[in-house]
Design a protein around this ligand. Structure first.
Ligand code: HDE
Length: 703
């Protein structure tokens, strides 16, 4: 045994340059100066974090090595259970600013003063996929917002779709079991295109309205930044006099709505499974803060009584054209988390986090959720003290006599830990406040105990039809295609037919197209509706994405395919025009090291062409010299870049010299394919404001 292997490095120092000697005598340099010293959790400075303590150079590791054991012990216990639904999510911080006092309808402190600013934490998520699944799964997106108000945490735990699959919380475990991986095989994950899901759906006519939404482009958003959010249920606002007003919560992105097309989603999942989280991260990091307006759809008992559907039924909307959405404030997301696990993973949203001035209704789905969200935190976060975690703690004064339990970070101070007590004053601890304290709305409740649903809940198709007829032709085609795609993955013919039998009640044209797409011999008979379908509900343009898109290319991303020798003036033009409309811009090139343009200036590409497909961008420009076009004409991924942009109905600009590449990629010129001339960039960026050249799409699909 050599001397140098058994003794710790002789010259180890702390807080300065440290040299530790490995078993073979090699050394490791550590930074010195102000760098903090590595310690154990007990604060003991660590001299060597490279080698475990051994009995001899080639001997066994010693149990005495407290640093090694603590490090491995902690690592072994790093995981907590992922959320049973909404496992994959991304959280960020922001601010909410109240537009004006709403004291006439609610006593909620957050709505008493114009200009009031309230901190928020928001977590966006998918529902069905596991934590490591891909962002562009066809799925509902969670849209959970926590307001840290002066009267406690208020959570609106919503989705990007205003209705839900089921009406009663008792069916939630069945829905989620059916949607997630099939239990015998453990796949497919993050996909609803499988037998169990559609079997369940086809046996639950109440899910048909939601089926239309999930087969629409709402489930493949381009970005979290470009989707709406909804509280889904009807809630109550209650003012200081105790008057109640029904309300539905809406979040509207100021940047307008946008989704991708399905083929693009499939490719994005492979090319960048983190597409949505990266997009939000990048936008916030570059100071392009996404914003949403919170809107209230308010109505009273009279409206509820006259409305043809039950306002307690979460499978129904109230069209905005009937009850307008009143903007009440703006949310700006402006800060990424410092640590993903600490904040995003440990945030514990709860529907029952509600503040004075807001109340629940008897929506049976909401009532069930109020149990579930508290319950689930115990399992995930390991004890009753999850509100001690900073992201879950209120940011207003708070206190009670709850104490102890796992990982208590704070306990009541002093002698009083019960109430009533006679210790008096501050020593007696916190007391109830009948004036400011939460009061439930004293709704009259009576009735027999029954396991039933209210009568109007039985209308399953009318609003599904209304949703379909409110879409543009392009969007209707996407819905038809989505049904055909999903059901083509269903192996049991009877399930496919059963789904189509519901579609017959919604729209015969839709049902026929899906039947044709599946190759069904004949259109199945309509499923027996529990209530007659109301076929003449007025279309609601607010239900369309395309009709509610942005007016400009702001916040969107232009991808420029470049190679050495590309026209510098055109590139500069595009850069200026993109900055002018507030768009992001990225270069894609044959080599990541840099591109030299025609005037000798250089650009730094963000992507190498085989790792930077056009699905990453909202529009593309192909700026190549003749040599560049020849080079990239021999590169399959460059041809894919162009042909995908074309197939996904994107706007494409090109320099004359780049034309051979477009020809090789099979691009047929249309109004969405624009030759770039000097000074032409602003017009191109303006056209890009339409986001897609939809007229092209129908020419590209034959089956
Ligand atoms: Fe959830 N849901 N949910 N849900 N939900 C959870 O809570 C549940 C429902 C929603 O980013 C869980 O902390 C039941 C509707 C979001 O952390 C769990 C029912 C809507 C999130 C749970 C529903 C939602 C969740 C899992 C049927 C839209 C993610 C982990 C009655 C309005 C929150 C957790 C985050 C998460 C239960 C239906 C939205 C198990 C029982 C409807 C956005 O408690």
């Amino acid at each position: 045994m050599s001397d140098k292997t058994i003794k710790p490095s002789a010259d180890a120092t702390f807080g300065d340059t440290t040299v530790s000697r490995g078993a073979g005598g090699e050394t490791h340099q550590h930074a010195g100066g102000d760098v903090p010293t590595l310690t154990t959790n007990g604060g003991i400075p660590v001299a060597d974090d490279q080698n475990s303590l051994k009995a001899g150079e080639r001997g066994p590791t010693l149990i005495e090595d407290f640093h090694f054991r603590e490090k491995i012990f902690h690592f072994d216990h790093e995981r907590i259970p992922e959320r049973v639904v909404h496992a994959r999510g991304f959280g960020v911080h922001g601010t909410f600013e109240t537009y004006k006092s709403l004291a006439d309808v609610t006593s909620a402190d957050i709505f008493q003063r114009a200009g009031e600013k309230t901190d928020v934490f928001v977590r966006f998520s998918t529902v069905a996929g596991n934590k490591g699944s891909a962002d562009l799964a066809r799925d509902v997106r969670g849209f959970a917002v926590r307001f840290y108000t002066k009267e406690g945490n208020w959570d609106i735990v919503g989705n990007n779709i205003p209705v839900f699959f089921i009406q009663d919380a008792i069916k939630f475990p069945d829905l989620i079991h059916a949607a997630k991986q099939e239990p015998d095989r453990g796949f497919p994950q993050a996909q609803t295109a499988h037998d169990n899901f559609w079997d369940f759906m086809s046996l639950m006519p109440e899910a048909m309205h939601m089926a239309m939404w999930i087969m629409s482009d709402r489930t493949i958003p381009r970005s979290f930044r470009f989707m709406e959010g909804f509280g889904v249920h009807t809630f109550r606002l209650v003012n200081a006099e105790g008057k109640s007003t029904f309300v539905k919560f809406h979040w509207k992105p100021t940047a307008g709505l946008q989704s991708v097309v399905w083929n693009e989603a499939l490719k994005l999942n492979g090319m960048d499974p983190d597409f949505h989280r990266r997009d939000l991260w990048d936008a916030i990091q570059m100071g392009d803060f996404p914003e949403w307006e919170l809107g209230f759809q308010m109505f009273d008992e009279d409206f509820a009584a006259k409305f043809p559907f039950d306002v307690l039924d979460a499978t129904k909307i109230i069209p905005e054209e009937e009850v307008p959405v009143v903007p009440v404030g703006k949310m700006t997301l402006n800060r990424t988390v410092e640590n993903f696990f600490f904040e995003t993973e440990q945030v514990a949203f709860q529907t029952n986090n509600i503040v004075p001035g807001v109340d629940f209704t008897n929506d049976p789905l909401l009532q069930g959720r109020n149990f579930s969200y508290l319950d689930t935190q115990l399992k995930r976060l390991g004890g009753p003290n999850f509100t001690h975690i900073p992201v879950n703690a209120p940011r207003c004064p708070f206190g009670n006599f709850q104490q102890d339990g796992h990982m208590a970070m704070r306990n009541p101070k002093g002698r009083a830990n019960y109430e009533p007590n006679s210790w008096g004053g501050a020593a007696g601890g916190p007391r109830e406040d009948p004036k400011r304290g939460y009061q439930s709305f004293p709704e009259e409740v009576s009735g027999q105990k029954l396991r039933v649903r209210a009568e109007l809940f039985a209308d399953h198709y009318s609003q599904a039809r209304q949703f379909f007829v409110s879409q543009t032709g392009v969007e209707q085609t996407h819905i038809e295609d989505a049904f055909v795609f999903e059901l083509s993955k269903v192996e049991t013919p009877a399930i496919r037919e059963r789904v189509v039998s519901h579609l017959v009640n919604i729209d015969e044209g839709l049902a026929q197209k899906v039947a044709d797409g599946l190759g069904l011999a004949a259109l199945p008979a309509a499923a027996d509706p529990a209530r007659p379908v109301i076929r003449d509900l007025a279309p609601s343009p607010k239900l369309s994405i395309v009709k509610n898109g942005p007016e400009s290319f702001k916040g969107r991303k232009l991808g420029i395919l470049l190679a050495d020798g590309a026209d510098a003036a055109i590139v500069a033009d595009l850069e200026k025009a993109a900055a002018g409309v507030g768009a992001q811009l990225e270069f894609v090139a044959p080599k990541i090291g840099g591109v030299t343009l025609s005037d000798g200036s250089t650009r730094e590409p963000k992507q190498k062409v085989n790792g930077g497909p056009s699905v990453l961008y909202d529009a593309v420009a192909i700026v190549l010299s003749a040599e560049g076009a020849t080079l990239l004409g021999k590169e399959a991924t460059a041809k894919d870049f162009v042909s995908d942009a074309f197939a996904h109905a994107k706007f494409i600009a090109f320099t004359a010299a780049a034309k051979p590449l477009l020809d090789k990629a099979g691009v047929e010129q249309d109004q969405g394919v624009v030759e770039l001339k000097p000074g032409g960039a602003p017009d191109f960026l303006k056209a890009c404001g339409a986001l897609r050249f939809w007229a092209r799409e129908e020419k590209l699909h034959a089956v």
